[in-house]
Design a protein around this ligand. Structure first.
Ligand code: FES
Ligand code: FES
Length: 156
């Protein structure tokens, strides 16, 4: 049994140590908000937070995620920054087909947790691992600025 801490809850999963975390989340724990895109670390659809860092869960062996705090899109709203990101996503109406978007939101949350006022270049650098076939990049950038602004105002 491998113990996983996902969205603040502990789960024992009976999987081979090298099974990608993505499959533990989707198939074993039925957290299907995290998407399978390429399985090769190239698209970002599978992005989750591991100890606060955005990571491609298709590339993380489940054994190495054990003992770390994993947060998926299902719980991102419990995070103050994640909640602001989702609200900005709705206000800007970012989503097109939606497939890439849970990964985009997770990566944007990680970015804003570390950088409260990212520049366009900061956003492009942080989001480079998240592809969007629908080309929503301009709205993603706008929504990240919008979320940064909203978070700043709450602090003021
Ligand atoms: S499915 Fe993990 S990066 Fe594409
Ligand atoms: S919204 Fe369709 S792939 Fe990004």
């Amino acid at each position: 049994m491998i113990e996983l801490d996902v969205n603040g809850r502990k789960h024992g999963v009976d999987l081979d140590a090298d099974t990608p975390l993505l499959w533990a989340l989707r198939d074993t724990l039925a957290l299907t908000g995290t998407k399978y895109g390429c399985g090769e670390g190239l698209c970002g659809a599978c992005t989750v937070l591991i100890d606060g860092v955005a990571q491609h869960s298709c590339q993380v062996p489940v054994s190495s995620a054990s003992g770390r705090q994993i947060v998926t899109i299902e719980a991102i709203e419990a995070d103050r920054v994640g909640k602001a990101v989702q609200a900005a996503w709705r206000r800007i109406d970012v989503v097109q087909c939606g497939y890439c978007q849970s990964g985009q939101i997770v990566s944007a949350t990680a970015l804003l947790r570390g950088n409260a006022r990212p520049s366009d270049a900061d956003i492009d650098a942080a989001m480079v691992g998240n592809l969007c076939r629908c080309g929503t990049y301009v709205r993603i950038r706008a929504a990240i600025h919008e979320a940064a602004k909203a978070l700043g105002e709450h602090h003021a």
